[in-house]
Design a protein around this ligand. Structure first.
Ligand code: AMP
Ligand code: MG
Length: 684
């Protein structure tokens, strides 16, 4: 689903804030516009209704984000309303809460709910001067333990508050109680044009989502109102987000408690399937430029590999499924970068004589005491700096004379000491989802306290050859047969790209047998690569088979080598029908399948790195298509394979890369720079 209008509302649970814009009121912002000050909830409700009206009339889909919980911890909805349905809580509050600009009954209602339950609580935090029966002032006075303190999403979102807390800085409880009735009325007034995420399928033109600005938006610039800054920044953030990333974030399973949009969901182990029209391209006589075909794949494919949690030490080359924030600072405490003597540094201290204390601090063996000014302590590399020490002098630079330590300055305060968190601070964003973890990354993860990571399960890629003429490697072949060269080549490439290969063998040119093979393959694979039979001829059974699925597209790409690419979903599994010709199959796999498989596997879209290298050949290239030739880098120049005929498999081995020519006409003379892409750039 895509949205055209993004509006973010920073809600408030209190009373009217007056005519002049101020903080802690309701602020709203439509992406691309100025923030709007809304002095009370009545004004906000009217403003939202007018906005929705305009947007619906204009046919624009709206994502409307509100910064309060849409639901309560598990069990509460059922207890309050008899139904485990958060929208029933909305209706209940709408019925019981009275709300006027300068007075409302939220604390009384919270007290009444508490009274109907066992013990004291769960609501707390009376913000009024008068006593409210059954509403404790402190969270610690509660004895009710029926419901979790936080929703699951809040336990994942660091720093978030419990919705039971009704007052105090940062509390959201009042906002939730006072927001739900307003959203309930808007939902009723605009029914069925509003869906509430994640309780309902987001099919209506307006989607209500829960957001939490602090999750994404940084500090407001000095002199600005924080709420105004946050709603603007968050609205722009979602408006700029690629649709498939937003769709991925929206794919959570929290039917009762709700979720904060943007918090990665661990429950999302099984990603949503691809859409039936993900390969749809304008058809006709038009030849699609390579870049357009790639852009289409880049935007329409989404990860299909499920998520699993593994130990960091096993995570090399795996693809991260969630963003990583540092659980702990690195280094956790200040420590010494050298073997030497620690003391309290002064600004560029010159000649120094310090009294050497007894004892020492070594790595893993901290010194318990404090080092007074004018004293020094033996410290070794990696030792936590004891209290009083912020500077270390190298042991090579000192003279120890009994208990007196002397050295010549100047030595900067803080020299040879590592500051706590100088590498990573607790909470720092360390890696983004989609990153393929390197050996170095494992060190970074472990250093900042990560023990396990959510990664994508390896993508299972089926590789199938098709054609009656194919004989299998090492077996006898009739004179009219050729050996199946594509399958070992494609299997090896897929493995080199980090996926799990499922060798599907070879299918005859027979629609029934092919269908049977594909049915089996769809059960075992996440994606299927086939070669051969992908054009529109009599024996092109792969295209014919996919054509019946309603998801099929034959992409005519303006590229040499290459014939049409047949794309489609077979029982929901994406199929890349590559050309049969091994040279074309190889080039199409590198150009189209490699980045596509990476995205399906949960990784990044890949663009191979090419280099400008002088040509040791001449060539006249036609306009209107991209060309890849087999090329060899030798002595700083690029040679072209003697024949451009795409039947010559051996040319692929003679080459150590490809040269890519642009879509326009070109005349290449000896020495002209050409774009050489080594096989290594394709991870081969
Ligand atoms: P097709 O796309 O099925 O019409 O095949 C195009 C050309 O590629 C034909 O000459 C096929 O014999 C050849 N071919 C198809 N599949 C393979 C394969 N797996 N190995 C080698 N050549 C193949
Ligand atoms: Mg064939």
């Amino acid at each position: 689903m895509t949205f055209e209008t993004f509006v973010i509302v920073d809600w408030a649970g209190g009373n009217d804030r007056g005519a002049t814009p101020k903080a802690d009121a309701i602020w709203a912002c439509v992406a691309g516009q100025e923030p709007v000050y809304l002095r009370n909830r009545q004004a906000a409700e009217a403003w939202l209704a007018a906005l929705f009206d305009t947007e619906l009339k204009a046919g624009r889909r709206v994502l409307a984000g509100f910064d309060f919980p849409f639901g309560y911890p598990e069990g509460f909805a059922e207890k309050l309303t008899g139904r485990a349905c958060p929208l029933a809580v909305w209706a209940w509050f709408n019925q019981h809460i009275t709300d006027e600009p300068t007075v409302n009954n939220r604390f009384d209602i919270a007290g009444q709910i508490n009274a109907s339950l066992q013990g004291v609580g769960p609501f707390w935090g009376n913000g009024l001067a008068r006593e409210i029966a059954h509403l404790p002032n402190k969270g610690t006075h509660r004895t009710n333990t029926e419901f979790p303190e936080k929703r699951r999403v809040e336990s994942l979102a660091k720093g978030s508050f419990s919705c039971w807390q009704l007052s105090g800085a940062g509390a959201v409880g009042s906002q939730a109680m006072m927001g739900m009735p307003v959203l309930h009325r808007l939902r009723e007034a605009f029914a069925p044009q509003i869906s509430v995420w994640p309780f309902e399928e987001i099919t209506a033109p307006i989607a209500f989502v829960e957001v939490w600005p602090s999750l994404i938006v940084g500090k407001a610039p000095d002199g600005t109102i924080k709420d105004a800054h946050q709603v603007r920044a968050l609205a722009d953030h979602f408006a700029r987000m690629p649709p498939q990333i937003l769709a991925d974030l929206l794919a959570v399973d929290a039917p009762e408690e709700g979720w904060i949009l943007g918090v990665p969901s661990r429950a999302r182990k099984a990603p949503p399937p691809l859409r039936n029209d993900c390969f749809a391209m304008p058809q006709g006589a038009y030849w699609t430029p390579v870049d357009e075909a790639l852009a289409h794949l880049k935007t329409s494919l989404t990860p299909v590999a499920p998520i699993k949690t593994i130990k960091v030490r096993k995570a090399a080359k795996r693809i991260l499924a969630t963003d990583i924030h540092a659980p702990r600072a690195h280094p956790p405490t200040p420590n010494s970068a050298v073997d030497g003597y620690g003391f309290a540094g002064a600004k560029n201290a010159a000649e120094q004589a310090l009294l050497l204390l007894e004892g020492r601090a070594a790595a893993g063996q901290p010194f318990d005491g404090t080092v007074p000014v004018g004293n020094a302590l033996r410290v070794l590399t990696g030792a936590a700096l004891p209290a009083g020490v912020d500077t270390v002098v190298l042991q090579e630079d000192v003279v120890v004379d009994g208990t007196i330590l002397r050295f010549h300055g100047p030595l900067k305060q803080g020299a040879n000491a590592r500051r706590a968190g100088e590498d990573m601070k607790a909470g720092d964003h360390v890696f983004a989802a989609g990153r393929k973890l390197s050996a170095a990354d494992l060190a970074t993860l472990v250093a900042c306290g990560v023990g396990t990571v959510d990664v994508r399960r390896k993508l299972r890629v089926g590789v199938l050859s098709t054609g009656d003429e194919l004989a299998q490697a090492g077996q006898a072949a009739r004179p009219d047969q050729i050996y199946d060269a594509n399958r070992p080549m494609l299997c090896a490439a897929v493995r080199a790209w980090g996926h799990k290969v499922v060798d599907l063998g070879c299918a005859p040119d027979d629609p029934i047998a092919l269908r049977r093979l594909m049915d089996k393959a769809a059960k075992r694979c996440d994606v299927i690569l086939t070669s051969g039979g992908a054009s529109a001829g009599d024996e092109d059974h792969m295209s014919a088979l996919l054509a019946g699925t309603g998801s099929f597209a034959l992409w005519r790409i303006a590229m040499k080598p290459g014939r049409p690419l047949a794309l489609g979903l077979w029982q929901g599994k994406p199929v890349f029908g590559l050309p049969g010709n091994p040279v074309a199959a190889f080039v199409c796999a590198l150009v189209f399948a490699r980045p596509s498989l990476s995205v399906l596997a949960g990784g990044e879209w890949l663009e191979p790195q090419g280099f400008g290298v002088p040509a040791a050949f001449t060539k006249v290239k036609k306009a209107g298509r991209r060309e890849y030739i087999r090329a060899r880098l030798e002595d700083g120049k690029v040679l072209a394979f003697s024949s451009e005929g795409s039947g010559r498999v051996s040319g692929l081995s003679w080459a150590n890369g490809l040269v890519a020519f642009g879509d326009d006409a070109e005349a290449i003379a000896q020495g002209d720079p050409v774009n050489f892409i080594p096989y290594e750039s394709f991870d081969l």
